[in-house]
Design a protein around this ligand. Structure first.
Ligand code: MN
Ligand code: MN
Length: 286
């Protein structure tokens, strides 16, 4: 039989009803403050997905067997809070159907919607930036407000890993969250940070959000707001593999494909590893 390639994320062809994981894109970059282009993130990630073997050796699993459905991209408006509402509605639907939403950003503001839909008890956010502004450039749904909105909307237990940028006001507000700065991660080592976060999370319902700029911009330069002296791709791989098993939702945001593909390549690989690790370690949905 002649085999044709699909349009979606490679090897994710399970129908929605039978799926355990549901991928969707949120191609929104309306509040970008520096370099625009994260709206093209989902497209770059899907394109890169055809680079990889379907077999994932770390878990001895084939992605094609893991019941993943790719819904395509949301058609988002330009008003930030409305885009966030659209994301929340879809993520909430996927979550209430007992499936794990896996969102491809888009800028970080879309995570506010996904977290609202999933309703976790704890959020672990990997980011170069604190994203704890209450309001920025006229919107409370600016990408620089992502962690703050998640907090204000009721997820009071937030862990931020890898931060190295913020205003004095944001560092002040950061006393309300658990912060492991990039320098702190280097001091303690990622394994010790994971041990501490693991203790904090316990058996609670978790949401995991990765802002691509948590990784050092010298390694993955396809970013809207690059920052040097960050974490390494392997550090974030360790974080994703450690927490995927108990995550009720996941996103990888802020991929701005203006580089040679490094940023989308790391993102795509980590999305695959999230799914495989969740399959290997996670409880099947009730
Ligand atoms: Mn962010
Ligand atoms: Mn960031």
């Amino acid at each position: 039989m002649i085999q044709l390639l699909g349009q979606g994320f490679a090897d994710c062809e399970t129908p929605y009803e039978e799926s355990r994981f549901v991928l969707f894109g949120a191609p929104f970059d309306g509040t970008t403050s520096f370099k625009p282009g994260t709206r093209f993130g989902p497209r770059a990630i899907r394109e890169m997905s055809y680079n990889f073997e379907s077999f994932i050796p770390e878990f001895d699993l084939d992605l094609g067997d893991l019941l993943v459905h790719d819904m395509g991209d949301l058609d988002l408006g330009v008003v930030p809070d409305e885009a966030v509402d659209q994301v929340a509605e879809l993520a909430g639907q996927i979550s209430s159907d007992g499936k794990i939403p896996v969102m491809l950003g888009g800028e970080h503001s879309v995570s506010i919607g996904s977290v609202r839909g999933v309703r976790p008890e704890v959020a672990v956010i990997c980011d170069a930036h604190l994203d704890l502004r209450d309001e920025y450039r006229g919107s409370k749904y600016n990408h620089g407000c992502a962690a703050r909105r998640i907090f204000e909307e009721g997820v009071r237990d937030i862990v931020i890993i890898g931060a190295r940028s913020g205003t004095p006001d944001q560092y002040e507000f950061a006393r309300n969250v658990t912060l492991y700065s990039a320098d702190k991660v280097r001091e303690l080592g990622i394994a010790e940070v994971i041990r501490k976060v693991d203790e904090f999370v316990g058996r609670r319902r978790l949401y995991l959000s990765v802002d691509a700029d948590v990784i050092d911009c010298c390694a993955t330069p396809g970013l809207g707001t690059p920052e040097p002296f960050g974490l390494q791709p392997l550090d974030i791989r360790t974080v994703v593999m450690a927490f995927a098993g108990r995550a009720s939702g996941f996103d990888y945001v802020e991929v701005c494909p203006c580089d040679q593909g490094q940023t989308a390549c790391v993102a795509t690989s980590l999305i695959r590893l999230f799914i495989a690790a969740h399959w290997a370690f996670g409880a099947p949905p009730a």
